[in-house]
Ligand binder design. Structure first.
Ligand code: RIB
Length: 320
């Protein structure tokens, strides 16, 4: 059991979610309610898919939809460390939730900024906290710069980002890393154990239009919301011939909860920040004879059937 001030507070390990809540980030939040090994204790927001005002509002709204309005939310960076912000409105809609309207949030985010909150919880749960970061890594980078001891306090950092092969914003860069490559490289080199759920695994964690409709037939508010909020990105993914839509952020949360149905490889990972064509690429030695310093773990595969089963299991719990 986890002790806080000597009193056991939970038999799961604490998780802080750092997110740029768009449509798949919203589903990831819903899944955090019923994980097997992790307990969500705080959420920090960052600009990414859409502006930080929207990602913060979306986060507050989805936590209320999930019945988790007691989880504190801390607003974070409104732009990357050094470069101009990029957004993905064409994928997530103007408001980031496929332009669906959820009730106005009942509360505001906490006054403390995200980077201070990450440190606060890392101290409080020294050695136990998992940070799951499913957006650009600006908040984590700022926390690492401000609090040198942070990497030694964290149990691990699990990110949705990067790609050992390929890219989705350029031929060789994935959106979250491309949005703030300097921040991403700081995270990969900070010294904490970093687990990279890049496109290599997240594109294999897709659901088809039919499977999304099956989710809706679980017939509870959260499951129907999941099907509805993913309709815009599902159409966008038709151009990929994937046969469905990748659940990038949700599968990253499920990986952090239980890695038994995934393939994880120790590797070197650094981020290109200078390349004209390659800026934002996560450079790894996974498929190279030239080895790098092995500073991270790259997740390269998932059993899609188990992934699908876990999504259904969790969303069904909202109706129980
Ligand atoms: O490249 C996939 C990532 O970009 C996911 O986090 C998704 O939310 C999009 O923002």
């Amino acid at each position: 059991a986890l002790l806080k001030g000597g009193v056991s507070v939970m038999n799961k390990r604490p998780m802080l979610l750092d997110c740029d809540t768009g449509v798949d980030g919203a589903v990831a939040i819903l899944l955090t309610k019923y994980l097997n090994t992790l307990e969500l204790i705080a959420v920090t927001t960052v600009a990414g898919n859409v502006e930080v005002e929207h990602t913060t509002r979306n986060t507050l709204q989805v936590l209320e939809l999930a019945g988790m309005e007691h989880i504190p939310v801390y607003r974070g960076a409104e732009k990357p460390l050094l470069c101009e912000a990029v957004t993905a409105h064409h994928v997530h809609g103007q408001n980031g939730l496929n332009d669906m309207t959820l009730p106005k949030p009942k509360r505001e985010p906490e006054a403390m900024p995200a980077w201070d909150a990450i440190y606060k919880y890392a101290k409080q749960y020294e050695g136990e906290l998992t940070v799951v970061a499913i957006g650009p890594l600006t908040n984590l980078a700022l926390a690492i710069v401000k609090y040198k001891e942070l990497p030694n306090l964290l149990k691990r950092i699990v990110i949705m980002g990067g790609a050992a092969v390929g890219g989705n914003v350029t031929p060789c860069a994935e959106f979250n890393v491309y949005a703030d490559p300097e921040a991403a490289d700081m995270v990969f080199t900070c010294g904490a154990p970093v687990y990279m759920c890049g496109l290599d695994v997240t594109m294999r964690a897709y659901l088809t239009a039919e499977e999304l409709d099956e989710i809706a037939s679980l017939d509870n508010k959260q499951a129907v919301f999941t099907r509805d909020v993913m309709q815009g990105i599902l159409k966008f993914y038709r151009t990929y011939k994937l046969g469905g839509v990748a659940f990038h952020d949700p599968v990253t949360v499920l990986y952090a909860d239980d890695e038994s149905y995934f393939q994880t490889d120790l590797a070197g990972v650094r981020v290109e920040t200078k390349g004209k064509l390659t800026r934002g690429k996560t450079v790894t030695d996974l498929y190279s004879d030239k080895q790098m310093e092995h500073n991270a773990f790259v997740v390269t595969n998932v059993d899609r059937d188990v992934f699908k089963k876990r999504v259904f299991e969790i969303l069904a719990k909202y109706g129980e």
